[in-house]
Design a protein around this ligand. Structure first.
Ligand code: NAD
Ligand code: MG
Length: 394
């Protein structure tokens, strides 16, 4: 919880500190020592990067999810008076600490779920980068939020844009959310060429520099499906009122249309530090975060319909939201396995969508999942996907 009268400094736990969002978050924190302090830094397995960040940012606690890296973390940080811990459980425990006001969820994939639930139950505010949490269990998380003082402020650029456009408006007057998509590196490629694209091709995103997993999700456009699901839960809106449009310049970060026909858009250079700073400041504006847009950059704004033939993954949003239950959890798990296999060179790019639909056909549907069902579905879908892809030929 954040209360300016209690203390001026917001104490932040950065989960996924060594990643793309994590390091940019720490940049913002470091620039404003009068407003922010990193009290917890947590990472997956890159222990050397985590140690380096801890030397610079001096958190009270450092956590590494990969327990095999713990000895090294402890040896390096203990002399500096920084407490250390290891394992996914320790990472989730860390969010509950009294010296944490806000949790930045910037780990990748399913790993964001439990720490987010624990943060909500502990009444901590959340700057949410890990969209997979709302994909996996959006309905469940939304229910938890109703009984908690926690606030979720989106970090994802599209959702930050929508959040900004909604300020001062009556939610009942929203007619449509328009989520923009860059189209990814394969926007103008033929279906045949896309099917056999390499990891190096898929990792070459035209506008954003991000972690590998989300970059592949952008190339398949599953990322946009995930963002539609994320928007459905964040803004409690009928999925029929959410549309996606390809906007290759990534200048308009998303738009909200109102019942009178007016459309509000948020524009800016593609720089994640903008939505990160906006979220850390509880939807307030910081100074000098990013370069402004020039008129020349705004001169050519173009829009296209997403091509569902070449990018079938985008259709999975409608399927997931229409079916509800554990469908999106299955999609997310299968995708995590398929993307990792694609990055290793084990399967072709075109196999990612196939792995998701084949897994959906084999994992039982659960209409009203509880927490244990999400855990079980995630494990089962991962195992099924891992088995299925061994039968694909790269
Ligand atoms: P990244 O790969 O650059 O960094 C991921 C971080 O998570 C690293 O610190 C890694 O150590 C940690 N991590 C990975 N697996 C973990 C696990 N099992 N347990 C604990 N920690 C783990 O990823 P990123 O691009 O920074 O993305 C982070 C999240 O933010 C993703 O959910 C992504 O969809 C979302 N997001 C990212 C961007 C962006 O510009 N990078 C934009 C919007 C949303
Ligand atoms: Mg986004």
């Amino acid at each position: 919880m954040h209360d300016d009268t209690d203390h001026q400094i917001s104490r932040i736990a950065v989960l996924g500190a060594t990643g793309s969002i994590g390091t940019q978050t720490l940049d913002i924190i470091a620039r404003r020592p009068d407003r922010y302090r990193a009290s917890v830094l947590a990472a997956g397995s890159r222990v050397d990067a985590l140690i380096e960040l801890c030397r610079r940012h001096r958190p009270a606690l450092a956590v590494i999810a990969d327990t095999t890296q713990y000895q090294r973390l402890r040896q390096e940080l203990e002399p500096l008076g920084i407490a250390t811990a290891a394992g996914p459980e320790a990472l989730a425990d860390a969010v509950e600490r009294p010296d944490v006001d806000m949790v930045v969820t910037a780990t990748v994939g399913y790993s964001g779920l439990v720490p987010t639930i624990r943060a909500i139950n502990a009444g901590k505010d959340i700057a949410l980068a890990n969209k997979e949490t709302l994909v996996v269990a959006g309905e469940y998380i939304t229910r938890l939020l109703r009984n908690s003082p926690s606030r979720i402020i989106p970090v994802d650029s599209e959702h930050s844009a929508i959040y900004q456009c909604l300020q001062g408006e009556d939610p009942d007057t929203v007619s449509r959310l328009i989520i923009t998509a860059s189209g990814g590196p394969f926007r103008s490629w033929s279906a045949d060429r896309i099917a056999t694209a390499t990891a190096a091709d898929a990792l070459r995103h035209p506008n954003w520099s991000m972690g590998a997993k989300i970059t592949i999700d952008s190339a398949t456009m599953l990322n946009k499906a995930f963002e539609i699901i994320e928007a459905r839960w964040l803004f409690d809106i009928d999925p029929q009122r959410i549309t996606a449009v390809v906007h290759p310049q990534s200048v308009i970060h998303s738009m909200v249309e109102y019942v009178d026909g007016a459309i509000k858009a948020q524009l800016g250079v593609p720089d994640m530090r903008l939505p990160i700073a906006y979220a850390l400041g509880y939807a307030s504006r910081a100074t000098n975060v990013s370069a402004g847009l020039t008129m020349a950059q705004m001169a050519q704004l173009t829009f296209e319909e997403p091509d569902t033939e070449r990018f079938p993954c985008i259709t999975l949003a409608r399927k997931a939201l229409a079916e509800g239950g554990n469908t999106a959890c299955i999609i997310n798990a299968a995708n995590e396995i398929a993307v990792a296999a694609f990055l290793r060179g084990d399967i072709a790019f075109g196999h990612i969508y196939r792995a998701i639909t084949d897994t959906l056909a084999r994992v039982p549907f659960i209409a009203a999942p509880g927490f244990d069902d999400y855990v079980a579905t995630n494990s089962e879908a991962r195992a099924v996907a891992a088995d299925i892809i061994t039968h694909y030929k790269a």
